[in-house]
Ligand binder design. Structure first.
Ligand code: ATP
Ligand code: MG
Length: 264
């Protein structure tokens, strides 16, 4: 893959970043050193528990770093959370959820304007849910909820988007639409960081960051995703064919974690 001709400004600059949850003895993420520029699509690969969501929590400021340095020169960061955690059971419409993206960047006394509503509708349209605007969020399918959360991040209009496994639970047409949308957002100059388990998709993006509690590698996928790096990222459970062709097979223990402990 050729180097992008023009790169935007630096949006994230992490230097030997580590983060430890309160009460934990070892960091959930360590030795993270990487840069994201505007216009770049960066995949974050790693096993369950590898620290992908934790890294995003550090980038949003929800979790403070325990060592190293982090600069976010562009300021605003929008997060599309991992679906299992985004339960919004109170009766709000899809449009309301998308509108929360506008509310997050205005003073508390202001109410959403017509322009904000128009933006939220436009964002729902971009994720293919214009006709679901008035539906109750909790009644939508998992994939539709996921896309509403992408719309909310679009309304936030942040230069840096963090997407935590945004393709999980999407059907093929929705995934294709989201892929095209993410490409457009990068082409508009936004920086994208996406947690994923899809090694093949990671190969088609601009940079890849491999995390297995510590950063294993960061760089252009073609030169970074070697068999050795993949093995160190996922443990030894990757299938390697004779001749060194590695398959993007997920570890056998890949399953939905019980994320139940996160609320407290
Ligand atoms: N709120 C929390 N408090 C304490 N430990 C946590 C918390 N959230 C996550 N952890 C721990 O931090 C480590 C990294 O978890 P994280 O959720 O970042 O992994 P992940 O790469 O996003 O995994 P997955 O692919 O399953 O989403 C795990 O060992 C997890 O148990
Ligand atoms: Mg996660």
């Amino acid at each position: 893959m050729p180097e992008p001709v023009t790169r935007g400004e630096v949006l994230v600059d992490a230097d030997d970043l580590a983060a430890t949850y309160p009460g934990a003895t070892v960091p959930a993420v360590a030795s993270a050193t990487f840069v994201v520029h505007g216009g770049e699509r960066v995949s974050v690969l790693g096993p369950n528990g590898g620290g992908k969501s934790t890294l995003f929590r550090v980038l949003t400021g929800e979790l403070t770093l325990s060592s190293g340095a982090l600069a976010l020169p562009a300021g605003r960061v929008a997060l599309v959370p991992q679906t299992e955690r985004s339960r919004l059971d109170f009766p709000v419409s899809a449009l309301d959820v998308a509108l929360m993206g506008a509310v997050s960047r205005m003073p508390w006394w202001r109410r959403p304007s017509r322009a904000d509503r128009a933006l939220a509708r436009e964002a729902l349209d971009r994720v293919g849910l214009a006709d679901r605007a008035q539906r109750t969020f909790g009644d939508l399918s998992g994939g539709q909820r996921q896309r509403v959360l992408v719309a909310r991040a679009l309304v936030q209009d942040a230069p840096l988007l963090l997407l935590d496994e945004p393709f999980s639970g999407l059907d093929v047409p929705s995934a294709e639409r989201l892929r095209a949308l993410l490409d457009d957002l990068a082409a508009e100059g936004r920086g994208l960081l996406m947690a994923t388990h899809d090694i093949e998709q990671a190969r088609s993006w601009d940079r890849v960051l491999c995390l297995n509690r510590v950063q294993i590698a960061f760089g252009p996928p073609a030169s970074t995703l070697t068999a050795q790096v993949i093995e160190r990222t996922y443990g030894s459970e990757i299938v390697t064919l004779p001749g060194g062709v590695e398959l993007g097979i997920l570890p056998a223990h890949h399953h939905h974690h019980d994320h139940g402990g996160h609320g407290s």
